[in-house]
Design a protein around this ligand. Sequence first.
Ligand code: CA
Length: 564
Amino acid sequence: MKRIAILLLIALLPAFAVPALAEPLPTDFMLGVDVSELIAQEASGAVYFDADGNEADALTVLAEHGVGHIRARVWNDPFDANGHGYGGGNCDVRTAATLSARAAKLGLKTLVDFHYSDFWADPSRQLAPKAWAGMSAEEKEGALYAFTRESLAAILDSGGDVDRVQVGNETNIGMAGEEDTDAVARLIAVGCRAVRDEAAARGLEIATAIHLTNILKYSRIEEILAALDAAGADCDSVGLSYYPYWHGGLDNLKRVIESIRADWGKDVFVAETAWPFTLEDGDGWGNVVGEAQKPYAATPRGQMSAFCNVCRAAGEAGAIGAYYWGGIWTPIGPDAGKNLPVWEACGSGWASSYAAGYDPDNVGEDYGGCAWDNQAMFDFDGHPLAILDAVRQLSEGTFPEGVEAPDEDEAAEEVEGENLVLNPGFEDAERSMWVARSNVEDVPFDYQDYAADAHGGSIAFHYWSKADMDFTLEQTLTGLEPGTYEAGAWSQGGDMKDAELTFYATADGETFEVPFMNTSWANWQHPLLTGIAVTGGELTVGVHIRCAALGWGTLDDFTVIRTD
Ligand code: CA
């Protein structure tokens, strides 16, 4: 296989402090923190301090720093037959009610986060609650309605001030043991109806939400939203998980937020985000993020920057808020040996041994402590970090000084590696490795020799048409070693109307994609996909462009580089 080694030297903006916001965040932008583990933390002896160094209630400290919203997850029954908690905060409806009531006394509203599982529900697992085992999807609709309404009622009865309810948690692959997208959409519709009914019975207004992740696969998000519409779900908003080390750049976050708002008419908020303030571990139990990540340093300033930049990008895209995840999940002590019995007894670790019976695949023998203590908003001793001072400033309409720009540019500064794409810039006249297909009668593309429209060299893949365009350009790479790859391309153009531009990579039957958009001539866009796992030797990389007549542009300098 012919391979062309190149050194990508990309023109860059240096990373330095970004200027203050021209306009502060919208005054009603929700600044939230997920505090689900707090009661287990307190039972385990965790203590927190205020800005003056005095021991204080964590919720009070959050409120004093401008946090206006908490998020509290609800597992149906996170206990085994003997009443032993599964861990992760043992978050049943009682803990949510207690947290919500305490928060309400401080003026904080609550986002209730139903997982419809007895333990963690996320992109890899959506186990049905024990009590729903063996139920059909239709039977689960009845159970889900009852559980949602009773649980919300209990939280409100306790004095909680619930402004929003999330029906399901990161439900990209399913919910409550159901995988069929339409069946899940019907369950979500039922959950939204339960929220509406309970709110109406009390004369309250409570918004409904779904919660999705994997925003680099926007096509899946659209499938889910279409299914929700088809199911008649009365769902006001979409919460998105956005972790900068997993979910791409801020430009893509903004585009996804804007697309959901414009195309589906829903409010959007960042339901989860976080960043490490250190790579150290505080409790003897290894952390999810234990190595340096792009695009920020693992420092208090990097953490503060990450959250501020997410808030700003989300606000600019019209989102209504952002919630920090795991903000109070601090170490209960440095010694894992001493911590273990406390984690087991109080549920302050990520999972206890008692969860293994319910979720053997994910827990098994791997139960233990907190894998998030280096991403909390308090240091290992419980003192507030810089991020909380930044939240206070955001809440006051000031963009904090000292926020670092994401280091995405530097990350791409010298992507040194072998570019595995053949003829990546179309300079070689032998172009049979490239497959261009028009999905409509008109064929709008050619290989154009005009340096001003090329990113490198003089030739680029060019398109323009008097008719609407819908085409793909792709190359399949074969004989790749198993590993992790990064793929990118360069695009410029303009007059984009009704346009959807997607950069995609398919490997091992899985497609990753990122939307992008041409803005104007020579304003080069650089869609990039990272973390593409390849085991089967093949990787297809390409661009799908749909736009109305008279749109134009060029594509150039595709890259696929092995990163791991
Ligand atoms: Ca830890």
